[in-house]
Design a binder for this molecule. Structure first.
Ligand code: FE2
Length: 244
């Protein structure tokens, strides 16, 4: 539910060929459903909605011809700003698989007050923010109370597989372990960007969490919570008003 596999729209897959190899790598890690989440960040990554859709459909068609066990859905990793809602309204940025869940990225040194403000913007417009790689932000690592407050507000917490298995240093891993131990994690994403750099280690993270915290918790955050996003998207498509 967090990866950069759509070819040629951000700093992820650089070609269709690489994108297909990345999907194969996810498959080998045990993944069968993928919400792809190209960056949308003003001034840095601003692919047109049309281009993203075109590239996504090309990838989905190609993958379907190769492996019918995999399903792809389109989302976006939206960089938090005052313009978030207008970016979602104008479809420059999209929620995950057409659900109400928005994968939300913040500046590494964002202030806690600003985090609360951005979450408020999304929540008051009916979205559920999913904090992308929550382990990356200094204000959250320094104060776990902020994580608790965000969850109480209605946000959900995503960690990167790499951070859990220790690829981003000791302190980051320690923080991930603390959140996992306290049951404050809702999703794990591969956040993969390529086949040589920032590769998917999501299966490794799943195995680690199974071993350390139990299969029930691992399945909740790797299987059932992501399914909830897809179910919410289905309900919205069906016009059901009180969605999960
Ligand atoms: Fe990402």
């Amino acid at each position: 539910m967090h990866c950069h596999i759509v070819p040629c729209v951000d700093d992820g897959a650089a070609s269709l060929e690489e994108a297909v190899k990345m999907v194969e790598a996810e498959y080998k890690q045990g993944v069968r459903r993928i919400i792809v989440t190209p960056h949308f960040r003003k001034g840095m990554f601003e692919p047109s909605a049309l281009e993203v859709k075109k590239q996504f459909q090309l990838l989905r068609k190609t993958v379907w011809e190769i492996n019918k066990d995999i399903r792809l859905y389109l989302g976006c990793e939206l960089y938090a700003s005052e313009d978030m809602i207008s970016q979602l309204d104008s479809r420059c940025a999209v929620a995950m698989a057409g659900s109400k869940y928005v994968l939300t990225e913040l500046h590494e040194f964002v202030a806690a007050s600003q985090v609360r403000r951005y979450l408020g913007l999304l929540l008051s417009d009916g979205y559920r923010p999913v904090i992308a790689h929550a382990e990356r932000y200094e204000c959250m690592r320094k104060d776990i109370k902020l994580i608790e407050d965000m969850i109480a507000m209605g946000a959900l917490i995503q960690l990167n597989a790499d951070s859990i298995v220790g690829k981003n240093g000791y302190a980051v891993r320690k923080f991930c372990k603390k959140l996992l131990k306290e049951g404050k994690v809702h999703f794990v994403g591969s956040d993969c960007h390529g086949i040589k750099r920032r590769v998917s280690r999501i299966g490794d993270a799943y195995d680690y969490i199974c071993k350390k915290y139990g299969k029930e918790y691992a399945d909740e955050i790797f299987v059932y919570n992501p399914q909830m996003i897809l179910e919410n998207a289905r309900q919205r498509r069906a016009g059901i008003k009180r969605t999960i």
